[in-house]
Design a protein around this ligand. Structure first.
Ligand code: NAD
Length: 359
Protein backbone atom coordinates (compact mmCIF):
# COMPACT_ATOMS: atom_id res chain seq x y z
CA UNK A 1 0.00 0.00 0.00
CA UNK A 2 1.56 3.31 -1.02
CA UNK A 3 0.62 6.41 0.96
CA UNK A 4 2.66 9.50 0.05
CA UNK A 5 2.83 8.55 -3.63
CA UNK A 6 -0.83 7.60 -3.83
CA UNK A 7 -2.88 9.55 -6.37
CA UNK A 8 -5.34 10.65 -3.70
CA UNK A 9 -2.68 11.77 -1.21
CA UNK A 10 -2.62 15.32 -2.66
CA UNK A 11 -0.95 17.16 0.19
CA UNK A 12 -2.74 15.57 3.12
CA UNK A 13 -1.39 16.91 6.40
CA UNK A 14 -1.86 13.85 8.58
CA UNK A 15 -3.17 10.29 8.39
CA UNK A 16 -3.86 8.32 11.54
CA UNK A 17 -4.16 4.52 11.52
CA UNK A 18 -6.18 3.49 14.57
CA UNK A 19 -6.24 0.00 16.06
CA UNK A 20 -7.88 -1.13 19.31
CA UNK A 21 -7.36 -4.77 20.17
CA UNK A 22 -10.18 -5.10 22.73
CA UNK A 23 -12.98 -3.74 20.53
CA UNK A 24 -11.48 -4.85 17.22
CA UNK A 25 -11.57 -1.29 15.88
CA UNK A 26 -9.58 -0.69 12.74
CA UNK A 27 -9.97 2.84 11.40
CA UNK A 28 -8.20 5.48 9.37
CA UNK A 29 -8.57 9.19 10.02
CA UNK A 30 -7.38 11.41 7.16
CA UNK A 31 -6.79 15.10 7.79
CA UNK A 32 -6.38 16.90 4.50
CA UNK A 33 -6.04 20.58 5.36
CA UNK A 34 -6.61 22.68 8.48
CA UNK A 35 -5.72 26.10 7.06
CA UNK A 36 -9.28 27.40 7.45
CA UNK A 37 -10.01 25.60 10.74
CA UNK A 38 -10.27 22.14 12.34
CA UNK A 39 -10.80 19.30 9.88
CA UNK A 40 -14.49 18.39 9.77
CA UNK A 41 -15.80 15.25 8.12
CA UNK A 42 -17.99 12.24 8.74
CA UNK A 43 -17.07 8.76 9.85
CA UNK A 44 -17.88 6.10 7.27
CA UNK A 45 -18.45 2.50 8.41
CA UNK A 46 -17.79 0.17 5.52
CA UNK A 47 -16.68 -3.33 4.68
CA UNK A 48 -13.74 -2.40 2.45
CA UNK A 49 -12.14 -4.99 0.18
CA UNK A 50 -8.73 -4.27 1.73
CA UNK A 51 -6.73 -1.67 3.66
CA UNK A 52 -5.80 0.21 0.52
CA UNK A 53 -9.43 0.64 -0.54
CA UNK A 54 -10.18 2.11 2.91
CA UNK A 55 -7.21 4.46 2.75
CA UNK A 56 -8.08 5.67 -0.76
CA UNK A 57 -11.68 6.34 0.27
CA UNK A 58 -10.58 8.30 3.34
CA UNK A 59 -8.08 10.37 1.33
CA UNK A 60 -10.51 11.14 -1.48
CA UNK A 61 -13.34 12.08 0.85
CA UNK A 62 -11.29 14.22 3.23
CA UNK A 63 -9.93 16.37 0.41
CA UNK A 64 -13.50 16.87 -0.80
CA UNK A 65 -14.42 18.15 2.66
CA UNK A 66 -11.68 20.79 2.51
CA UNK A 67 -13.17 22.14 -0.71
CA UNK A 68 -16.74 21.89 0.57
CA UNK A 69 -16.02 23.92 3.71
CA UNK A 70 -14.00 26.49 1.77
CA UNK A 71 -16.78 27.02 -0.77
CA UNK A 72 -19.37 27.32 1.99
CA UNK A 73 -17.25 30.05 3.57
CA UNK A 74 -16.89 28.10 6.81
CA UNK A 75 -13.95 28.13 9.24
CA UNK A 76 -13.32 24.41 8.85
CA UNK A 77 -10.76 22.30 7.10
CA UNK A 78 -11.33 18.87 5.59
CA UNK A 79 -11.03 15.43 7.12
CA UNK A 80 -12.75 12.07 7.04
CA UNK A 81 -12.65 8.83 8.98
CA UNK A 82 -13.37 5.28 7.86
CA UNK A 83 -14.03 2.37 10.19
CA UNK A 84 -13.25 -0.90 8.46
CA UNK A 85 -15.98 -3.44 9.28
CA UNK A 86 -19.33 -4.63 8.00
CA UNK A 87 -22.01 -2.15 9.20
CA UNK A 88 -24.59 -4.98 9.28
CA UNK A 89 -22.69 -7.11 11.82
CA UNK A 90 -19.62 -5.19 12.97
CA UNK A 91 -21.13 -2.33 14.96
CA UNK A 92 -20.67 -2.24 18.74
CA UNK A 93 -20.58 0.39 21.46
CA UNK A 94 -16.99 -0.63 22.20
CA UNK A 95 -15.90 0.14 18.63
CA UNK A 96 -17.48 3.60 18.64
CA UNK A 97 -16.09 4.41 22.09
CA UNK A 98 -12.61 3.33 21.00
CA UNK A 99 -12.96 5.44 17.86
CA UNK A 100 -14.04 8.39 20.02
CA UNK A 101 -10.88 7.93 22.07
CA UNK A 102 -8.70 8.28 18.97
CA UNK A 103 -10.64 11.35 17.84
CA UNK A 104 -10.22 12.84 21.31
CA UNK A 105 -6.49 12.24 21.15
CA UNK A 106 -6.32 14.67 18.25
CA UNK A 107 -7.44 17.44 20.60
CA UNK A 108 -9.99 19.00 18.23
CA UNK A 109 -7.83 18.96 15.12
CA UNK A 110 -10.43 16.58 13.63
CA UNK A 111 -14.19 16.76 14.28
CA UNK A 112 -16.17 13.67 13.35
CA UNK A 113 -19.84 13.21 12.37
CA UNK A 114 -22.16 10.59 10.92
CA UNK A 115 -21.71 9.36 7.37
CA UNK A 116 -22.56 6.34 5.22
CA UNK A 117 -22.96 3.36 7.56
CA UNK A 118 -23.16 5.41 10.76
CA UNK A 119 -26.17 7.03 12.41
CA UNK A 120 -26.74 9.81 14.95
CA UNK A 121 -27.12 7.09 17.64
CA UNK A 122 -23.59 5.84 16.87
CA UNK A 123 -22.27 9.38 17.21
CA UNK A 124 -23.92 9.66 20.62
CA UNK A 125 -21.67 6.76 21.68
CA UNK A 126 -18.60 8.42 20.14
CA UNK A 127 -19.59 11.49 22.15
CA UNK A 128 -19.03 9.55 25.41
CA UNK A 129 -15.32 9.55 24.59
CA UNK A 130 -14.89 12.93 22.93
CA UNK A 131 -16.61 16.28 22.57
CA UNK A 132 -15.19 16.61 19.04
CA UNK A 133 -18.24 15.19 17.33
CA UNK A 134 -20.87 17.10 15.33
CA UNK A 135 -24.35 16.32 14.14
CA UNK A 136 -25.79 15.09 17.43
CA UNK A 137 -28.78 16.56 19.22
CA UNK A 138 -26.69 17.15 22.39
CA UNK A 139 -29.50 18.53 24.52
CA UNK A 140 -30.65 21.11 21.98
CA UNK A 141 -27.18 22.31 20.94
CA UNK A 142 -27.59 20.73 17.55
CA UNK A 143 -29.79 18.91 15.14
CA UNK A 144 -29.18 15.15 14.85
CA UNK A 145 -30.08 14.76 11.19
CA UNK A 146 -28.25 16.93 8.60
CA UNK A 147 -30.47 15.80 5.72
CA UNK A 148 -33.19 18.51 5.88
CA UNK A 149 -30.51 21.21 5.78
CA UNK A 150 -28.71 19.45 2.93
CA UNK A 151 -31.94 19.16 0.97
CA UNK A 152 -32.85 22.80 1.60
CA UNK A 153 -29.45 23.89 0.27
CA UNK A 154 -29.83 21.63 -2.77
CA UNK A 155 -33.28 23.07 -3.45
CA UNK A 156 -31.92 26.61 -3.55
CA UNK A 157 -28.86 25.49 -5.49
CA UNK A 158 -31.17 23.88 -8.03
CA UNK A 159 -33.07 27.19 -8.27
CA UNK A 160 -29.78 28.98 -9.03
CA UNK A 161 -28.91 26.37 -11.64
CA UNK A 162 -32.28 26.82 -13.34
CA UNK A 163 -31.84 30.61 -13.25
CA UNK A 164 -28.38 30.36 -14.85
CA UNK A 165 -29.25 27.71 -17.43
CA UNK A 166 -32.82 28.57 -18.40
CA UNK A 167 -33.14 32.21 -17.26
CA UNK A 168 -36.17 31.52 -15.13
CA UNK A 169 -37.00 31.81 -11.43
CA UNK A 170 -40.33 30.04 -11.38
CA UNK A 171 -40.15 26.25 -11.08
CA UNK A 172 -43.78 25.72 -12.11
CA UNK A 173 -43.89 22.99 -14.73
CA UNK A 174 -40.11 22.47 -14.63
CA UNK A 175 -39.39 18.79 -15.26
CA UNK A 176 -36.87 17.28 -12.83
CA UNK A 177 -35.57 13.68 -12.98
CA UNK A 178 -34.82 12.67 -9.38
CA UNK A 179 -32.50 9.73 -8.66
CA UNK A 180 -32.82 8.57 -5.06
CA UNK A 181 -35.58 9.25 -2.54
CA UNK A 182 -33.58 8.69 0.64
CA UNK A 183 -32.98 11.10 3.49
CA UNK A 184 -32.14 14.01 1.19
CA UNK A 185 -34.06 13.03 -1.95
CA UNK A 186 -37.42 12.85 -0.17
CA UNK A 187 -37.18 16.37 1.25
CA UNK A 188 -35.93 17.70 -2.07
CA UNK A 189 -38.69 16.01 -4.07
CA UNK A 190 -41.32 17.34 -1.68
CA UNK A 191 -39.99 20.92 -1.95
CA UNK A 192 -39.78 20.70 -5.74
CA UNK A 193 -43.32 19.38 -5.99
CA UNK A 194 -44.53 22.16 -3.67
CA UNK A 195 -42.90 24.69 -6.03
CA UNK A 196 -44.87 23.23 -8.94
CA UNK A 197 -42.15 21.13 -10.56
CA UNK A 198 -43.05 17.98 -12.49
CA UNK A 199 -41.13 14.98 -11.20
CA UNK A 200 -39.91 11.73 -12.69
CA UNK A 201 -38.32 9.66 -9.93
CA UNK A 202 -36.47 6.44 -9.34
CA UNK A 203 -35.23 4.48 -6.32
CA UNK A 204 -34.54 0.86 -5.37
CA UNK A 205 -37.18 1.03 -2.63
CA UNK A 206 -40.75 0.41 -3.82
CA UNK A 207 -42.28 2.07 -0.75
CA UNK A 208 -40.50 5.34 -1.50
CA UNK A 209 -41.60 5.18 -5.13
CA UNK A 210 -45.22 4.59 -4.07
CA UNK A 211 -44.97 7.60 -1.72
CA UNK A 212 -43.68 9.85 -4.52
CA UNK A 213 -46.36 8.66 -6.93
CA UNK A 214 -49.21 9.04 -4.48
CA UNK A 215 -48.11 12.11 -2.50
CA UNK A 216 -46.28 14.12 -5.14
CA UNK A 217 -47.91 12.92 -8.36
CA UNK A 218 -44.48 11.81 -9.61
CA UNK A 219 -43.95 9.53 -12.56
CA UNK A 220 -41.83 6.48 -11.69
CA UNK A 221 -39.13 4.89 -13.86
CA UNK A 222 -36.73 1.97 -13.37
CA UNK A 223 -33.31 2.89 -11.89
CA UNK A 224 -31.36 2.49 -15.15
CA UNK A 225 -33.95 4.51 -17.12
CA UNK A 226 -33.46 7.74 -15.15
CA UNK A 227 -30.47 8.72 -17.33
CA UNK A 228 -32.65 8.66 -20.45
CA UNK A 229 -35.44 10.90 -19.13
CA UNK A 230 -35.86 14.04 -21.22
CA UNK A 231 -36.19 16.77 -18.60
CA UNK A 232 -34.78 20.18 -17.73
CA UNK A 233 -32.80 18.99 -14.68
CA UNK A 234 -31.28 15.71 -13.50
CA UNK A 235 -31.04 15.62 -9.67
CA UNK A 236 -28.80 12.76 -8.46
CA UNK A 237 -29.31 11.96 -4.76
CA UNK A 238 -28.10 8.39 -4.48
CA UNK A 239 -24.74 7.22 -5.75
CA UNK A 240 -21.35 8.67 -6.62
CA UNK A 241 -19.67 8.48 -10.06
CA UNK A 242 -23.02 8.62 -11.88
CA UNK A 243 -21.66 11.22 -14.33
CA UNK A 244 -19.41 9.07 -16.47
CA UNK A 245 -18.62 8.13 -20.09
CA UNK A 246 -21.75 6.02 -20.34
CA UNK A 247 -24.33 8.26 -18.69
CA UNK A 248 -23.23 11.69 -19.95
CA UNK A 249 -23.92 10.73 -23.56
CA UNK A 250 -27.38 9.49 -22.56
CA UNK A 251 -28.48 12.53 -20.53
CA UNK A 252 -31.24 14.60 -22.15
CA UNK A 253 -31.23 17.46 -19.66
CA UNK A 254 -29.89 21.00 -19.59
CA UNK A 255 -28.54 20.85 -16.06
CA UNK A 256 -27.43 18.55 -13.24
CA UNK A 257 -28.13 19.62 -9.67
CA UNK A 258 -28.35 17.13 -6.80
CA UNK A 259 -26.98 16.11 -3.44
CA UNK A 260 -24.87 13.04 -4.23
CA UNK A 261 -21.19 13.20 -3.29
CA UNK A 262 -18.48 12.65 -5.90
CA UNK A 263 -20.86 12.78 -8.87
CA UNK A 264 -18.10 13.04 -11.49
CA UNK A 265 -16.49 9.67 -12.14
CA UNK A 266 -13.37 11.57 -13.13
CA UNK A 267 -12.36 15.27 -13.17
CA UNK A 268 -12.56 15.29 -16.98
CA UNK A 269 -16.31 14.59 -16.86
CA UNK A 270 -16.86 18.19 -15.73
CA UNK A 271 -15.62 19.31 -19.14
CA UNK A 272 -17.62 16.56 -20.87
CA UNK A 273 -20.83 17.96 -19.37
CA UNK A 274 -19.94 21.53 -20.36
CA UNK A 275 -19.18 20.38 -23.93
CA UNK A 276 -22.72 19.02 -24.18
CA UNK A 277 -24.24 22.24 -22.88
CA UNK A 278 -25.20 20.66 -19.55
CA UNK A 279 -24.75 23.06 -16.64
CA UNK A 280 -23.31 21.18 -13.68
CA UNK A 281 -23.80 22.42 -10.11
CA UNK A 282 -20.58 21.14 -8.46
CA UNK A 283 -21.57 18.54 -5.86
CA UNK A 284 -19.60 19.85 -2.93
CA UNK A 285 -20.99 23.35 -3.45
CA UNK A 286 -24.66 22.42 -3.75
CA UNK A 287 -24.67 19.76 -1.00
CA UNK A 288 -22.98 21.83 1.73
CA UNK A 289 -26.19 22.39 3.73
CA UNK A 290 -25.30 19.63 6.20
CA UNK A 291 -21.99 21.19 7.23
CA UNK A 292 -23.49 24.66 7.18
CA UNK A 293 -25.97 23.34 9.74
CA UNK A 294 -23.12 21.85 11.78
CA UNK A 295 -21.38 25.24 11.80
CA UNK A 296 -24.39 26.57 13.74
CA UNK A 297 -24.28 23.85 16.39
CA UNK A 298 -23.54 24.77 19.97
CA UNK A 299 -25.39 26.45 22.81
CA UNK A 300 -28.22 28.58 21.45
CA UNK A 301 -28.51 26.54 18.24
CA UNK A 302 -31.15 28.15 16.04
CA UNK A 303 -32.51 25.86 13.37
CA UNK A 304 -34.18 28.70 11.46
CA UNK A 305 -30.88 30.61 11.24
CA UNK A 306 -29.09 27.47 10.03
CA UNK A 307 -31.70 26.83 7.34
CA UNK A 308 -31.56 30.48 6.22
CA UNK A 309 -27.77 30.18 5.95
CA UNK A 310 -28.23 27.24 3.55
CA UNK A 311 -30.10 29.52 1.14
CA UNK A 312 -26.74 31.25 0.51
CA UNK A 313 -25.78 28.28 -1.68
CA UNK A 314 -27.85 30.03 -4.36
CA UNK A 315 -25.40 32.99 -4.45
CA UNK A 316 -22.30 30.79 -4.19
CA UNK A 317 -23.41 28.82 -7.23
CA UNK A 318 -24.25 31.99 -9.17
CA UNK A 319 -20.65 33.12 -8.51
CA UNK A 320 -19.33 29.79 -9.84
CA UNK A 321 -21.59 29.89 -12.92
CA UNK A 322 -20.70 33.54 -13.67
CA UNK A 323 -16.97 32.91 -13.53
CA UNK A 324 -17.23 29.68 -15.53
CA UNK A 325 -19.07 31.63 -18.22
CA UNK A 326 -16.55 34.51 -18.24
CA UNK A 327 -13.48 32.28 -18.25
CA UNK A 328 -14.86 29.53 -20.49
CA UNK A 329 -14.13 26.83 -17.91
CA UNK A 330 -16.16 23.90 -16.58
CA UNK A 331 -18.02 24.77 -13.39
CA UNK A 332 -16.27 21.94 -11.54
CA UNK A 333 -12.87 23.47 -12.29
CA UNK A 334 -14.01 26.95 -11.30
CA UNK A 335 -15.28 25.68 -7.93
CA UNK A 336 -11.91 23.98 -7.30
CA UNK A 337 -10.11 27.22 -8.16
CA UNK A 338 -12.25 29.41 -5.91
CA UNK A 339 -11.79 26.98 -3.00
CA UNK A 340 -8.01 26.84 -3.55
CA UNK A 341 -7.80 30.64 -3.77
CA UNK A 342 -9.65 30.99 -0.46
CA UNK A 343 -7.30 28.55 1.25
CA UNK A 344 -4.18 30.17 -0.22
CA UNK A 345 -5.37 33.62 0.88
CA UNK A 346 -6.00 32.36 4.42
CA UNK A 347 -2.58 30.67 4.54
CA UNK A 348 -0.89 33.96 3.64
CA UNK A 349 -2.68 35.89 6.38
CA UNK A 350 -0.19 36.85 9.12
CA UNK A 351 -0.53 35.05 12.44
CA UNK A 352 -2.17 37.03 15.28
CA UNK A 353 0.27 39.42 17.01
CA UNK A 354 0.23 37.46 20.29
CA UNK A 355 1.31 34.29 18.48
CA UNK A 356 4.10 36.08 16.63
CA UNK A 357 5.40 37.52 19.89
CA UNK A 358 5.47 34.07 21.47
CA UNK A 359 7.57 32.54 18.71
P1 NAD B 1 -29.78 7.62 1.67
O1 NAD B 1 -29.00 6.37 1.77
O2 NAD B 1 -30.74 7.98 2.74
O3 NAD B 1 -30.61 7.62 0.29
C1 NAD B 1 -30.13 7.11 -0.91
C2 NAD B 1 -31.33 6.63 -1.70
O4 NAD B 1 -30.87 6.25 -2.99
C3 NAD B 1 -32.02 5.42 -1.08
O5 NAD B 1 -33.42 5.62 -1.06
C4 NAD B 1 -31.63 4.27 -2.02
O6 NAD B 1 -32.63 3.28 -2.11
C5 NAD B 1 -31.47 5.02 -3.33
N1 NAD B 1 -30.62 4.33 -4.29
C6 NAD B 1 -29.49 3.62 -4.06
N2 NAD B 1 -29.00 3.14 -5.21
C7 NAD B 1 -29.82 3.56 -6.20
C8 NAD B 1 -29.86 3.39 -7.59
N3 NAD B 1 -28.93 2.67 -8.22
N4 NAD B 1 -30.83 4.00 -8.30
C9 NAD B 1 -31.77 4.71 -7.66
N5 NAD B 1 -31.81 4.91 -6.33
C10 NAD B 1 -30.85 4.33 -5.61
O7 NAD B 1 -28.71 8.78 1.46
P2 NAD B 1 -28.92 10.34 1.70
O8 NAD B 1 -28.50 10.69 3.08
O9 NAD B 1 -30.26 10.75 1.19
O10 NAD B 1 -27.80 10.94 0.73
C11 NAD B 1 -27.97 10.93 -0.67
C12 NAD B 1 -26.68 11.39 -1.34
O11 NAD B 1 -26.35 12.70 -0.89
C13 NAD B 1 -25.47 10.52 -1.03
O12 NAD B 1 -24.62 10.50 -2.14
C14 NAD B 1 -24.80 11.27 0.12
O13 NAD B 1 -23.42 10.98 0.18
C15 NAD B 1 -25.06 12.69 -0.31
N6 NAD B 1 -25.04 13.66 0.80
C16 NAD B 1 -25.90 13.50 1.84
C17 NAD B 1 -25.90 14.44 2.88
C18 NAD B 1 -26.87 14.32 4.02
O14 NAD B 1 -27.04 15.30 4.78
N7 NAD B 1 -27.56 13.19 4.19
C19 NAD B 1 -25.01 15.52 2.85
C20 NAD B 1 -24.15 15.66 1.75
C21 NAD B 1 -24.17 14.72 0.73
Amino acid sequence: MSVFSSENFRNHQQIIFCHDVDSGLKAIIAIHDTTLGPALGGCRFWNYADDDAALQDALRLSRGMTYKAAMAGLAYGGGKAVIMADPKIGKSAAIFEAFGGFVDGLGGRYITAEDVGTAPADMEIVHRATRHVAGIADGGAGDGDPSPATAWGVYHGLRATVRARFGRDDLTGLHVAVQGLGHVGQYLARDLAAAGARLTVTDLDQGRLDWAREELGAEVVAPEAIYDVAAEVFAPNALGAILNDDTITRLKVGAVAGSANNQLADDRHGAALADRGILYAPDYVINAGGIINISHEGPGYNRRAAMDHCVGIYDTLMEVFGRADREGLPTSEVADRIAEERITRAARRPAPVSLQAAE
